[in-house]
Design a protein around this ligand. Structure first.
Ligand code: AP5
Ligand code: MG
Length: 192
């Protein structure tokens, strides 16, 4: 099984590249951001609570996210070719919980890839997307906050995966195909 974590700052291309990866490697896509946006759109209690954090560019509390992931993983097919975690884990606490969960199920995380993109490009990408996305967090003030939160809370997750020898840094600047080719190089090595 190929169980992959795709990480990186807001706008680095996690969702875009996940779509390409899923198509080629037949993985199940698991995006905590998309899952939370669905709950917000449905107006569920979870969505209402999560929305208060997301609209300010803050992270949703670890306990909430870890509960969601734990329930979802138990419902996923264990014989599927693998899972891609997009935008999760976002804190060291979440990473530790995921490691414990997946190891306990005998389906460990294979690799973590981080897409590296300079802040200036991230800002441009998200502001452009914000013109049409309808995402309440795609505005200048919230984007700045999301980038700060990434640096303080999520960047340390790379050290965690480095210590497990699972971390791969990938240049996320270039055309979609160029970035995808770099990812495939890493994945094909992991799958050998
Ligand atoms: P989430 O939905 O994960 O958003 P994010 O991390 O802020 O990232 P985005 O989805 O905005 O960007 P992306 O990296 O997927 O890039 P994309 O492919 O879309 O999380 C949202 C919020 O939910 C968080 O802030 C938090 O509040 C909460 N949350 C989620 N998970 C959580 C967790 N685990 N714990 C706690 N809270 C959590 O690309 C962006 C744009 O760039 C697109 O327009 C795309 O077309 C363009 N683009 C992509 N690739 C390229 C390229 N190579 N060149 C030029 N443009 C490109
Ligand atoms: Mg995304």
């Amino acid at each position: 099984m190929l169980n992959l974590v795709i990480s990186g700052a807001p706008g680095c291309g996690k969702g875009t590249q996940s779509a390409l990866i899923i198509e080629k490697y037949h993985l199940i896509h698991f995006s905590t951001g998309e899952l939370l946006r669905t709950e917000i759109n449905l107006g569920t209690p979870l969505g209402i609570e999560a929305g208060e954090y997301i609209n300010k560019g803050n992270l949703v509390p670890d306990e909430m996210i870890i509960d969601i992931i734990t329930n979802a993983i138990h419902n996923l097919c264990k014989t599927c070719p693998g899972i891609i975690f997009d935008g999760f884990p976002r804190t060291v606490e979440q990473a530790e919980a995921l490691e414990k969960l997946m190891n306990g199920l005998g389906i460990p995380v294979s690799a973590m890839i981080e897409l590296k993109v300079p802040d200036r490009d991230l800002m441009n990408r998200l502001l452009i997307r914000g013109e049409t996305s309808g995402r309440t967090d795609d505005n200048l003030e919230t984007i700045k906050k999301r980038l700060d939160v990434f640096k303080s809370k999520t960047a340390p997750v790379t050290d965690y995966y480095s210590s497990l020898d699972k971390y791969h840094s990938i240049d996320g600047v270039g055309t979609l195909d160029e970035v995808f080719e770099r990812i495939c190089d890493v994945l094909d090595t992991e799958m050998l």
